[in-house]
Design a protein around this ligand. Structure first.
Ligand SMILES: [Zn+2]
Length: 355
């Protein structure tokens, strides 16, 4: 019996580690670097090059060009005697990504104050538990074979900003942000990033000449909307706001049909030129609060409620499949549908041969 229990415990441990590898070396590296800056050392370009060879930090740069803001805020927050607000004011071309810089510096200042608590949190096993649960959450909105597609993504826990990112094979998760979230919401937060990591392997995008930016912009509805089924849909349906979302979360989702109608007008008026496609991409971007999450989750909820979760899961390849499924679901539910002209132009932009 004893050996059996022992074997069972070993199997459970192995099963858990197969669920997701959590790597916190990025947090250690963050503090080592912060301590050097706090000790008065001026880091060179090659010091920062080495910092960004860490796979988690490299991911933040490759996926979202975060190296400049991470370097800036680490210097501003940890160099002795620097006034962070003044440093933000004096930053060269400070209009660019101003909110991101301010938020990141505030987040790193908060991390400095809570260094001991972050260490305790990382030792508590909370991220490992949330990862295992998050993987199951993500699987509910993915094709059945998704989890057989190789080992689960590795999770790099970092300190950078209140965020996470996911791509095939890897996720990054901010330690302080995870610590601040109510425990039950970390599985959903990490599950959303897991969804991204797997969904990308099903993504099939194509575009006509000049239409890449428009197709990618519309694909954010698919990518963020389907992942947001994991961490936003249940809150919207129950009329509550998840941790970290803005006060306007519910109204922003509710306002989606009005924005889709504006997007419809833009798509219906497209001409097959680079200028027309890129102007449309910019307008779609402006009409996408939360970068595609909110329009996308509204459309994904419509598909799930109208045609079932399996149909939603089968529509993850890109905007044509996703908008088609939305059309059918929205017709059944008598809510906003795109015009025939808009749908024909979407197909043409996506390089679908018109008959
Ligand atoms: Zn996302």
């Amino acid at each position: 019996m004893r050996t059996l229990l022992f074997a069972l415990a070993a199997w459970l441990l192995a099963a858990q580690s197969a669920a997701a590898q959590v790597d916190t070396s990025g947090v250690d590296q963050f503090w080592r670097t912060a301590d050097r800056i706090a000790a008065g050392e001026t880091l060179t370009g090659s010091d920062w090059d080495v910092f960004f060879t860490h796979p988690g930090y490299r991911f933040t740069q490759e996926a979202a060009q975060r190296r400049p803001v991470i370097e800036f805020c680490m210097r501003a927050v940890f160099t002795p005697g620097v006034d962070v607000a003044a440093a933000l004011q004096n930053r060269s071309n400070r209009e660019r990504r101003a909110e991101l810089y301010a938020d990141t510096c505030a987040h790193m200042s908060a991390a400095r104050e809570q260094r001991a608590e972050i260490a305790v949190f990382l030792n508590s096993g909370a991220i490992e538990a949330a990862s295992a649960a998050g993987l199951e959450e993500a699987a509910r909105w993915l094709p059945a074979d998704a989890m057989q597609r190789g080992a689960p993504p590795r999770i790099y826990v970092l300190l950078f900003e209140p965020q996470g990112f996911g791509r095939p094979g890897e996720l990054v998760v901010d330690a302080l942000y995870a610590m601040q979230k109510p425990a039950g919401q970390n599985a959903q937060f990490i599950g959303h990033e897991f969804h991204h990591a797997y969904r990308e392997t099903y993504q099939r995008l194509a575009w006509a000449d000049g239409a890449q930016s428009l197709i990618e912009q519309l694909d954010r509805f698919v990518h963020e909307g389907s992942a947001s089924m994991v961490d936003k849909a249940a809150y919207y349906r129950s009329g509550t706001i998840p941790f970290g979302e803005s006060e306007t979360f519910l109204d922003d989702i509710r306002g989606t049909p009005q924005r889709l109608a504006q997007i419809d007008a833009v798509l219906a008026a497209l001409s097959p030129t680079s200028e027309s496609y890129s102007a449309a991409a910019d307008t779609v971007d402006e009409l996408s609060p939360g970068g595609g999450h909110l329009n996308g989750v509204f459309m994904a909820m419509t598909i799930e409620e109208g045609l079932g979760r399996e149909t939603l899961i089968r529509s993850l390849s890109g905007p044509v499949a996703f908008f088609d499924a939305y059309q059918r679901a929205a017709q059944a539910r008598r809510q906003f549908v795109f015009s025939d002209a808009a749908m024909a132009n979407l197909r043409r932009a996506a390089g679908v041969q018109l008959r």
